[in-house]
Design a protein. Structure first.
Length: 355
């Protein structure tokens, strides 16, 4: 059988890829379709690579392009997503071949790095033949917000009922000159997009490596998933937005948890960041959540606020789902010490495709 590795052809390959997805993962669930993973955004179209055997697509790898702040510059980076191989063709090295072809294409197109989240099996290949560097430990952190809801969830009751209830509006909160309120959006120019823009302009200089989390990013990340029930909160001191958060409740092994998808705090106002996190905790309890889950940034005001709010890192052995993160610098960023430094990264659940 003849095998070739080539670039994905939008339009011509769509039906074949949808068929491959069903063979590997089953029917798409929860809005996380192939089209959603590879929708164009502020950083352009998604580069993708396939392996073809006798005219049939049997493997695929793609990169979701995003704008990143990297050592004071704005660059393009890609998160690797949608890697899959037909079960009948596994064990032939196709995963590595299409991965290398994708990385070469990203380098030619001027991307600074490729990174991504993977399970234990694919992580071995990513950090082996594909040359990515593991960023560890994975910064999964949680905070208990309702012991009662936790006990009910562990006992197998309460979570389904809470999930079936319609979301309730968040009542604005005032404390110490800071107002915390829910924002509507996330369309460009919406209250949520405006608040995100304002916080990003103040916070970006405090990031070593992190996705550009402005209004355009907000619309791209959240606007195409109305089924997910994302909520947006902002803290303002007077007219100035000082912190921003996005939130979604989900069940983890029967326990309802609130995921802090994005949390960004501007330097110089830790009280506003803490007030916002108290507001998020109140929203989580209101939505029947037992826990709040977040990823801890490596350093900076967002990390400081999360730690002060009681978010504790979970040992990897206790993770309900094993997720690992790795990165490979490209072009002039190959071998970058900053990219390999866990303290430099500002990661959040919104960087993944699972929430």
């Amino acid at each position: 059988m003849s095998e070739i590795v080539r670039d994905y052809r939008p339009g011509a390959d769509d039906a074949a890829l949808a068929d491959l997805w069903r063979r590997v993962f089953g029917e798409p669930r929860g809005g996380q379709t192939v089209e959603w993973l590879f929708r164009p955004g502020p950083a352009g179209d998604a580069p993708r690579t396939v392996a073809e055997c006798d005219g049939r697509i049997v493997a695929h790898a793609g990169g979701a392009p995003l704008r990143f702040r990297l050592d004071g510059e704005e660059v393009r980076g890609a998160y690797s997503v949608g890697a899959m191989t037909d079960p009948a063709f596994q064990g032939r090295g196709l995963f590595v071949r299409i991965g290398r072809a994708l990385y070469e294409r990203l380098e030619r197109e001027g991307f600074a790095f490729v990174a991504g989240f993977s399970n234990a099996n694919s992580h071995r290949l990513m950090t082996g033949p594909l040359g990515r560097i593991a960023i560890r430990p994975f910064p999964w952190a949680v905070r208990l917000v309702s012991p009662t809801a936790l006990a009910a969830g562990l006992a197998g009751r309460g979570g389904a009922r809470a999930a079936s209830l319609p979301p309730r509006p968040f009542a604005p909160r005032e404390e110490g000159g800071v107002r915390v309120e829910e924002q509507t959006g996330p369309e460009p120019g919406s209250p949520a997009g405006d608040a995100c823009d304002r916080v990003w302009r103040r916070a970006q200089a405090s990031l070593g490596v992190g996705c550009v989390r402005d209004g355009r990013y907000l619309a791209w990340r959240y606007g195409s998933r109305p089924d997910a029930g994302y909520r947006f909160l902002a803290a303002r001191r007077g007219e100035e937005a000082a912190a921003f958060a996005s939130f979604r409740p989900m069940a983890i092994r029967g326990v309802r948890a609130g995921f802090l998808l994005d949390f960004l705090a501007a330097p110089g106002d830790p009280a506003a960041a803490r007030a916002l996190l108290r507001g998020v905790a109140a929203l989580a309890r209101q939505e029947g959540c037992a826990l709040l889950s977040a990823l801890l940034p490596g350093t900076g005001p967002s990390r400081d606020a999360l730690r002060a709010a009681g978010f504790l890192r979970i040992p990897e052995a206790l993770h309900p789902q094993l997720i690992r993160f790795s990165v490979r610098g490209l072009g002039r960023w190959a071998g970058s010490r900053l990219l390999a430094d866990p303290r430099a990264w500002h990661l959040s659940w919104a960087d993944t495709d699972v929430v």
